[in-house]
Structures are given as structure tokens and as C-alpha cells.
Design a protein. Structure first.
Length: 561
């Protein structure tokens, strides 16, 4: 059809208005058709809200030739139903063919969030704000209902630092945009976080001592020891200043973090996870609850038992003796794999649990430095292994290069038993071309097999190393080019497609050169840098720079291998 009319029966409110606009925008931008309002009897699409479907669920119905009715159980359900309908529809220049999927869909997991690591001059930190807001809206259409950000205190001298004020304003704008599309806002903090001006006598220690067999990684050196005289007071004073800076945002999640960054290995704090951390987190949680009464307090267990043994056991024992009322969720995950302790022994205290799925750093260094990093098999396997424990989660994101992984996490949270390939197929149909969706699933499968690429120093200079044999790199690039030739120009030029194409091109080029830098691969890296706005990003968030004099941060695991 080249004309589209919409009838909105749902009670008008800010979120419903946003839903209607997202539907109209999706049709207008891809088909060039301006959808108009119409009465129910004359409408092509009818939007309504009726309870009884299930929280945040939706129903799509309508016989061929009849109006499509999208009914949400609530406002969010209507939003997610519109997202599903848009993805299922065939939309191209001058033509809109409504999707044919019909049925009821209700999410299984109540928390389908994403964590934006808003620092290091990564995409979230520096990309044009309108692009970040647009991205938040697109995640909402995929079922995202929560967003957590971090105000990384250590890189600022204080709340009044001009750079800090700029970031606070940016985070306000991102979170306000999230709230407009039904996404619940959240804030993450380190339990003993400090500004760069933390006085030396109050700084936490990061020394192998008091049972620690390794230094906690990611330590900034400006964290505050809560057991030094005046330390806890400084932690709470600084946290108060930060929370006051976010006045006006009604946070619904407040995440407290132990390590990487954070922690202290002094005798009074060790083991941090079950001693200094719990003491500090309780006080910080009390402070947050006073300002944000509806906020759920999420206590993270990131890297428990990684630097000192016994943190899980002691946490379990502490919660068995006294289950703290200030904790609402435990966040459990680990870099590389989900921790074994809760899988064997259950969640300490029996709290509801959330994941912090690793979708960013795994398999690439620099992170995202080689383009898209889809990991469908890993995402599906990890979710199925942990689905009985978790109520959803906040996958960790450093940028847009793991867009496919975000969608996998959001949709697995909606339906944990859904096949990853089916989600990837829906992604391709929505963002690229339904006719190429099958071949795109093949591409993503090959990229999953090729996962693992980093940099290392050799006597001959910088070299790139695939962690897995890159035998299928040429086949993947050939398939990507075949799809590329069939896509509309606008899709071929979109960032989502370019990061896929560049990933395949880089894999193939580095296989051809046996890991040696080339002018061609340098051009690919330059294009990724432009897409990510990563010109000033830290090494881990910036594609390799092959210009004369460029310095590189080398991943230790790749170097050792």
C-alpha cells in the first residue's frame, strides 16, 4: 500500500504519543509514506490497550484485507507490539506491506535492561546526542525496559568540574529520552568510588596482602577506604553530591559495584566482597533509597573469588544469618563465564538475580575494533544455563558494535527458549532486507566461528592474531558481498550494515596478510573510527590506529598466546 492510516483507541498519554510517533516514523523514513489519522472503520492499523494479556505483553490480530489491531496489555506492551509489527512488515520506498504475524506475546523476564558504560570517550560518551537518543528509542522497540548508566567519578575532580557537568547534562538527556519511551532509568556506582581529588591518606589499597593472591584489576587508585578515619564520611559526602546532581530523574534501579573498579585490600576491608564492600554498600544504599524511594537496590558480585577466595561462601553465610532488607537483587555474572557458585549453591539469600552478560569485551581486542562481534551461540548457551536463576539483567555495553548481541539478550529475556538464529533472522529482516535474512543468519554463524581477534607485538612489529583458525574468513566475506549487492543503497550505507561488512572485510584481509597490517586494513579501521566517533577514545575502545607514531594498548592474553 502507498497510503497508511492509523487509529489510536488507547488512552492518550505521553508514552502512547511516543508509540504513535515511532510507528509513523518507521513508515515515513523507510517508505516515504506519511501515515495519517483515521477513524476505526477506515484505519489500516488500530492501536489499543486492554488488560488481561499479561504484563508488558501484546496481541496482534486482523484477517487479511482487514485492519491490523495491535493491542497492548499496558502502554509498554503497546510499544513492544508496534516494534514487533514494524519488524514483521515489509517497508521499502513507496510501499508498505503490513506484517502477517498474528498472536499473543508476553515477556518472561521482567527486567530486560542494558548497561551503557558511559566513559572512555566511547560512542555513548561522545557520539551526537541525537544519535544516542535515537538508539535508545530503537532498543525500546526491541523490548528494552530498563537502562543503567555510570557517572565515572574518578576521571573528574568533583561534581563542579566543567567536564563532569557536561557529562551529567548528557546523562540527564539520555535518561530522559529513555523515560519517554517507557524505559526505567538506573544509575550504577562503585561502592567506594572517589573523585580524582581523593586525599592520599583516605585512598584504598590495592596490594597483594591479607589473603589476596592478586591485585584487583581496573583499580583507579582514587577509591576510598571506608575503614580509614573519615573514609566512610567522604564516600557518602561525594555520593550525596552526585545524587543531588541527578535530581529530577526518578531512578528505578541503583546498582552498587564491588571490583573493576573498586575494592580495598587493607586488613579491615579484606575480603572486600563480604566485609568492606557490604559495610559500604549498605550505607550507600540507604543514601540512595532516601532520595529515590522506588529504586530497586542491585548488589553486584562481579569478580567475587577472583582475587581472594571465600567471598561467595562468606556472602552466603552472612545472608543466611541476616538477610538484608536493603538489597532487592543480586547481580551475578563474570567476564568469560557465569560464576559457578550460584549455579551449584543457588543465589545467596535467595534474592532475585540479574545477569551482567558480557557482550562487549569477549573475543575482540580492541573491543569492537574489528566491527560487529555477534555471538549468538554463546548468548543462547549462557542464557539457557542461567535462565532458572535470573529475572533478566543488564548486559554490559561499550558501544554499538555489539548491537546484535544486545538484541539477542533482549529477546532471550522476552522468550528464553527462543532459538538465537530466529532472533538473528528477525534482526536482518528488520534492519536489512527480509529476502536476505536467511543468508545473514549464515554470516552471523560464520562470524561466531571466527570470533577472536587481537593485537600483539612481535620482533617484526605489530601483528594481528586470530584466536581461532580464520579458515572461513574468505567464505564469510564472499557471502557478505553477495548480500551487499542486493541491499538498497540506504541500507548498505547504514552503520549497522557497515560494521558487519567491515568485520567480514577485516577478517578476510588479515587472513590474506597473515596478520600483517596493510593499507587496506588501515582504511577499514579508519572507517570504524568514524562510525564510533572514537578518535579520542582509550585504546580498548578505539579501532587500531596504524598511522605513523600511533601507540597501541596490547591485550595480555593475545600477547601471551
Amino acid at each position: 500500500m502507498n497510503k497508511v492510516s492509523i487509529c489510536t483507541l488507547a488512552p492518550q498519554g505521553p508514552l502512547v504519543a511516543e508509540v504513535v510517533e515511532l510507528l509513523r516514523r518507521g513508515i515515513r523514513e523507510r517508505a516515504g509514506i506519511v501515515a495519517v489519522c483515521a477513524g476505526e472503520s477506515a484505519a489500516d492499523i488500530v492501536l489499543d490497550i486492554r488488560g488481561g494479556i499479561g504484563a508488558e505483553g501484546f496481541r496482534v490480530e486482523g484477517e487479511p484485507g482487514q485492519p491490523v489491531r495491535i493491542t497492548g496489555n499496558d502502554e509498554r506492551g503497546l510499544l513492544y507490539g508496534v516494534g514487533r509489527f514494524l519488524r514483521d512488515s515489509r517497508i521499502k520506498a513507496g510501499d508498505f506491506v503490513p506484517g502477517t504475524w498474528r498472536g499473543i506475546s508476553v515477556p518472561v523476564k521482567p527486567v530486560r535492561g542494558i548497561y551503557f558504560a558511559t566513559h572512555f570517550h566511547n560512542w555513548y560518551h561522545v557520539a551526537p546526542l541525537e544519535d544516542v537518543i535515537r538508539y535508545v528509542e530503537e532498543l525500546a522497540l526491541w523490548g528494552c525496559n530498563a537502562l543503567v548508566v555510570w557517572f565515572d567519578m574518578a576521571i573528574y575532580s568533583g561534581v563542579g568540574d566543567p567536564a563532569a557537568q557536561k557529562m551529567i547534562q548528557r546523562l540527564h538527556a539520555i535518561l530522559a529520552a529513555a523515560q519517554r519511551v517507557g524505559i526505567r532509568p538506573g544509575l550504577l556506582c562503585l561502592a567506594n568510588e572517589g573523585f580524582s581529588t581523593t586525599p592520599a591518606p583516605l585512598r584504598a589499597t590495592n596490594v597483594v596482602q591479607n589473603g589476596y593472591f592478586a591485585e584487583p584489576c581496573g583499580f583507579y587508585g582514587v577509591e576510598v577506604c571506608p575503614n580509614e578515619p573519615g573514609g566512610m564520611e567522604l564516600i557518602l559526602q561525594r555520593r550525596t553530591e552526585v545524587l543531588d546532581a541527578f535530581a529530577g530523574i526518578q531512578f528505578e534501579y541503583f546498582v552498587i559495584w564491588p571490583y573493576d573498579q573498586g575494592g580495598c585490600t587493607c586488613a579491615k576491608c579484606a575480603p572486600w566482597g563480604s566485609k568492606g564492600y557490604l559495610k559500604t554498600a549498605e550505607e550507600v544504599a540507604r543514601l540512595a533509597r532516601a532520595r529515590f524511594p522506588v529504586a530497586k537496590i542491585v548488589l553486584s558480585t562481579w569478580y567475587f573469588d577472583r582475587f581472594i577466595k571465600g567471598e561467595w561462601d562468606e556472602l552466603q553465610a552472612a545472608f543466611a544469618t541476616h538477610k538484608p532488607a536493603w538489597v532487592d537483587y543480586l547481580m551475578m555474572d563474570g567476564y568469560g563465564s557465569f560464576p559457578e557458585y550460584p549455579l551449584k549453591h543457588g543465589v545467596p539469600g535467595g534474592f532475585p538475580a540479574l545477569n551482567f552478560a558480557e557482550i562487549s569485551m569477549a573475543t575482540m581486542f580492541p573491543w569492537g575494533g574489528y566491527g560487529a562481534n555477534p555471538l549468538p551461540r554463546r548468548q543462547q548457551s549462557d542464557y539457557r544455563k542461567t535462565k532458572h536463576l535470573i529475572g533478566g539483567g543488564f548486559p554490559y555495553s561499550e558501544g554499538i558494535y555489539e548491537d546484535i548481541n544486545k538484541v539477542l539478550q533482549l529477546q532471550l529475556g522476552w522468550a528464553p527458549d527462543r532459538e538465537a538464529d530466529d532472533i538473528v533472522r528477525e534482526y536482518a529482516a528488520a534492519h536489512f532486507d527480509p529476502d536476505q535474512a536467511g543468508e545473514f543468519v549464515e554470516v552471523v554463524g560464520l562470524m561466531d566461528e571466527l570470533a577472536g581477534l587481537g593485537m600483539k607485538d612481535t620482533p617484526e612489529g605489530l601483528r594481528f592474531a586470530h584466536w581461532n583458525p580464520p579458515a572461513k574468513a574468505e567464505a564469510c566475506f564472499e557471502l557478505v558481498n553477495r548480500i551487499d549487492g542486493k541491499l538498497p543503497v540506504a541500507v548498505r550505507q547504514s552503520w549497522r550494515w557497515r560494521i558487519v561488512w567491515l568485520r567480514a572485510a577485516i577478517d578476510a584481509e588479515l587472513k590474506r596478510t597473515d596478520g600483517k597490517p596493510s593499507d587496506q586494513v588501515a582504511a577499514y579501521f579508519d572507517e570504524l573510527t568514524e562510525i564510533y566517533h572514537a578518535h579520542n577514545a582509550v585504546g580498548a575502545c578505539q579501532p587500531p590506529q596504524l598511522k605513523a607514531g600511533a601507540k597501541h594498548e596490547i591485550n595480555a592474553a593475545v600477547q601471551a598466546g
